[in-house]
Design a protein around this ligand. Structure first.
Ligand code: GUN
Length: 282
């Protein structure tokens, strides 16, 4: 069994981004800029945004965080996004999800300029992804694809089971896999017999936020297991959606939590923002 080291790969991606940023600054006088919009006081969202801002700093980006109370109106959020759409120093706009319940998430995401949609959540980019066209792709599934590439894991014809059908992870993950000719099954909360699907799969990718949902008896011998879950349990530690101890004895590759997919998400956000900044040259 081999552990897929997301932390090491993410560091390498970040180093490469930093090098390119340095060159862009020197040669073209361009500093990539990311605007993050954070609403409310959910501790997990605050922690993620802090990590994203720190990563921006590390690679030499310009970044601003708009921190708003959860009493803020939808119109004010939209006004802030419009301002960022028009700001030439900003190449990427990220609205940290989930949003408070009085806010219509679909409406908010639709206001983001698709050319600055570094999270790949805008329907324009989702449509392009599904069609197989060049687009911004959601950072977490993009990070998983980068891991497959790094470890020379060929997806063509493989049976892949994606557990979780969210707009952020499961659906874009399934599209990316389909675009690389994998045979994809997407399971979700209404799936009748989850185990029957995971047990057949060559690759299981899970991101649902349920600690230890995936047990050893649900995994085929030698399968590849990608754990996207990040759950804080009662003793304060972070665990994924996979029973790591038991499952790791059975599979050929596995991602740990922490140190697996998580760091890759941030690395891909940096890569997407750099890609957007480079479009200033066109
Ligand atoms: N909430 C959980 N994951 C993400 C993500 O990748 N991007 C944003 N904007 N919000 C999230």
């Amino acid at each position: 069994m081999q552990i897929i080291d997301g932390k090491r790969l993410a560091n390498r991606v970040q180093e490469n981004v930093a090098k390119e940023v340095e060159e862009l600054k020197q040669v073209k006088n361009i500093v990539p800029g990311l605007a993050v919009i954070l609403i409310g006081d959910d501790p997990a969202s605050h922690a993620y945004v802090k990590m994203k801002a720190k990563a921006c700093e590390r690679v030499g980006f310009y970044s601003i965080t708009h921190n708003m109370p959860d009493t803020i109106s939808q119109e004010e959020i939209i006004a802030t996004i419009s301002m960022m759409n028009d700001n030439p120093r900003i190449d990427g706009i990220l609205v940290q999800l989930p949003l408070p319940s009085h806010v219509d998430t679909d409406k908010i995401l639709e206001v983001i300029d698709p050319n600055k949609d570094v999270d790949g959540f805008h329907a324009y980019n989702v449509g392009r992804l599904v069609t197989g066209l060049e687009s911004f792709v959601a950072c977490t599934p993009l990070g998983v694809m980068r891991m497959f590439e790094e470890y020379n894991i060929d997806l063509k014809g493989k049976d892949v089971c994606v557990v979780g059908a969210s707009n952020i992870v499961g659906k874009p993950m399934a599209s990316l896999l389909l675009n690389t000719n994998a045979t994809v099954t997407v399971t979700h909360i209404y799936t009748k017999d989850l185990k029957s699907h995971t047990l057949r799969a060559d690759i299981v990718i899970v991101g649902v936020g349920v600690p230890a949902l995936i047990k050893a008896d649900m995994i085929k011998e030698g399968a590849i297991v990608i754990d996207i879950g990040i759950n804080r349990i009662s003793d304060g530690s972070l665990v994924g959606d996979v029973d790591f101890e038991a499952v790791s004895n059975k599979c050929s590759y596995i991602t740990p939590v922490p140190g697996g997919v998580g760091p890759m998400t941030i690395a891909m956000l940096l890569a997407n923002t750099l890609k957007s900044a480079k479009k200033r040259l066109i």
